[in-house]
Design a protein around this ligand. Structure first.
Ligand code: MN
Length: 250
């Protein structure tokens, strides 16, 4: 429920990741983000008690019920993280590009009416180490389970249940973001060229400033030279008084 660990790991002056957010709407939401960090992985997040319970899934979800995917539970993320797509800058926790690979609403497998009651039911399952859910995403649909293992404190397994949405094809081949339609590589390139442009633009601005100063200097030197006319004084004004005057003119 607390975002202390999430906030401790991040410097919000340096990353554009969201800091908070209040849940909206009558349904619980889920999101799966594809994250090109030091190791590529998928982040599986379920809205519960106002935050996003989160698991890092190295290989991503599989729609094949015979395939169990390791899911390492990580710190709770703020609700607004479900919209986050972009690049976490170098030197920050989780540096790399993120896309919203899938998103939608979800609910417990057991028929329970109302978001509040569903939330309570799911929290109980979370504590027991066995979540049974139905996903209504754009890519992931139908029944899924998240089951805690005894291997280590945070290790869980993400498993597809047998239903009409089960398939042996590789769902991760559908690689585009469901919000921008872009792939990780496309977002990465777009961000890189944007940064490149910013750098070039600021370089140009600096160059302009220098030129302005130089021409002001020249103008000041010219006017002082014209008024004083003597060639030796012209040389002097260029070196010393010219500089002072340039500052006044600019
Ligand atoms: Mn991640």
């Amino acid at each position: 429920m607390s975002l202390i660990r999430y906030k401790e790991k991040r410097n919000f002056k340096s990353t554009s990741e969201p800091e908070g957010g209040k849940p909206k709407g009558g349904s619980l939401r889920f999101v799966v983000q594809k994250h090109d960090a030091s190791r590529l992985h998928y982040d599986f997040r379920l809205e519960m008690e106002g935050v996003l319970k989160s698991w890092a899934v190295p290989k991503g979800p599989s729609t094949d019920p015979s395939v169990k995917r390791l899911a390492m539970m990580v710190e709770d993320h703020p609700y607004n993280y479900r919209d986050f797509e972009g690049t976490i800058p170098e030197g920050n926790y989780g540096a790399g590009t993120v896309i919203v690979w899938d998103e939608g609403t979800y609910e417990p497998i057991e028929k329970i009416d109302g978001k509040k009651a569903q939330d309570k039911h799911l929290l109980k399952q979370l504590k027991e180490g066995s979540l049974k859910i139905v996903l209504h995403g754009k890519k992931l649909k139908g029944e899924w389970a998240l089951v805690k293992t005894k291997q280590s404190e945070n290790s869980w397994l993400l498993i597809k249940h047998k239903d009409k949405y089960a398939a042996s094809s590789d769902i991760t081949e559908k690689e585009k973001s469901v919000i921008s339609g872009k792939t990780l590589t496309q977002i990465e390139k777009a961000m890189a060229s944007q940064n490149g442009k910013t750098k070039t633009a600021s370089k140009k601005a600096t160059a302009k400033k220098v030129t302005a100063k130089a021409s002001a200097k020249k103008a000041a030197a010219k006017s002082s030279a014209a008024s004083k006319a003597a060639p030796e004084k012209r040389a002097a004004s260029k070196s010393s008084s010219g500089k002072k005057k340039a500052r006044v003119t600019s």
